[in-house]
Design a protein around this ligand. Structure first.
Ligand code: FAD
Length: 284
């Protein structure tokens, strides 16, 4: 399909982006990799009279690692996450998750900023960023501010970002312990029926901390503190995993769609989470 007519802007710097956003508000959208926005425009599910291309904007790319702190520029692609050896060394779950997104062609274009700013419950990075307790940096006419990934998502396609703000980057601490990103999809290139991001820290044979979030099982990503707490103080045996799954099932709220009915989605969520916890624990 062909999108509705739009005006294409290609500003040279962030000030130029902000002034167009300020002028047009909700009628303007930034374009990063375009692999969510352009299909939505073609399907006429998004009407964007003013499209602002971010490709020329300096300062939005780059992966910086400073000690334990990782900063990902908004225009870092999923492919960049996969190819950066230093990043994979200190945060291997990023590569494991990125490799499960779509296919290489999409990953060459799709950006971390677009994936987390989009607000699509099917995107993989939001849940992952909640698991990793990441922070999103936003820049608007009144300056910059930070919002925690766990506070960012309000409803499907609704986030804490204001219309005149741009997401400039994502900051996180190098995750500790064992990790797993587990995803069930109908076929290669599909969005998740259910996906789980898990980080577990083990000391003296027991779990001392666990962070768990799931994707596409509610209209926002689901970080479940209760699921993580169910593992803490245990040896992550079958009973503890069962308790964590039960806690997560209380927190998700899937709806029926072409990926299946609610009961099926809850079943898949349980299986995927169980696998993710077991794998993360085996690596802890
Ligand atoms: P764009 O499409 O350019 O933008 C998406 C939205 O975010 C727009 O509203 C845009 O205005 C906004 N935006 C972008 N950047 C910023 C910014 N810096 N600040 C503020 N707002 C911004 N994704 C998954 O997670 N998992 C999958 O399994 C998956 N499968 C896919 C399969 C196919 C066939 C395709 C085409 C896409 C798939 N995707 C999947 C989506 C893909 O990962 C997208 O590229 C990604 O979600 C959005 O990134 P983008 O850079 O393309 O953003």
């Amino acid at each position: 399909m062909i999108p509705a007519a739009f005006e294409y802007h290609r500003p040279k710097d962030l000030a130029g982006v902000l002034s167009i956003l300020e002028e047009h508000g909700d009628d303007a959208r930034v374009l990063a990799g375009g692999h969510s926005l352009i299909p939505m425009m073609k399907l006429r599910m998004a009407d964007v009279p003013h499209l602002i291309d971010l490709q020329n904007i300096e300062g939005l790319d780059g992966i910086e690692i400073d000690g334990d702190t990782i900063r990902l520029g908004a225009m870092v692609t999923q492919s960049d996450l996969i190819d950066n050896a230093a990043l994979s060394e200190i945060a291997p779950i990023l590569k494991e998750a990125a490799l499960q997104i779509a296919d290489p062609q999409v990953r060459y274009m799709g950006t971390i900023g677009g994936n987390v700013a989009n607000g699509d419950p099917g995107n993989d990075m939001p849940g992952l960023m909640q698991c990793l307790d990441a922070t999103f940096s936003l820049l608007g006419p009144d300056g910059s501010r930070d919002v925690e990934a766990r506070e960012f998502y309000e409803a499907a396609y609704m986030t804490a970002r204001e219309d005149e703000e741009i997401l400039t980057g994502v900051t996180l601490s190098a995750p500790k312990g064992g990790y797993a990103y587990e995803k069930q999809k109908r076929k290669i290139g599909d969005y998740a029926t259910a996906a789980a991001a898990v980080q577990i820290v083990k000391e003296n044979g027991a779990c001392v901390s666990a962070s768990i979030a799931m994707t596409n099982l509610s209209d926002t990503p689901v970080y479940s503190e209760a699921a993580g707490n169910a593992l803490v103080g245990t040896a992550v045996d079958d009973a503890a995993i069962k308790a964590a799954v039960a806690a997560m099932l209380q927190d998700i709220d899937p709806t029926e769609d072409n990926r299946g009915p609610v009961a099926f989605k809850k079943h898949v969520a349980g299986v995927i989470l169980q696998r993710a916890i077991s794998r993360a624990w085996s690596r802890a």
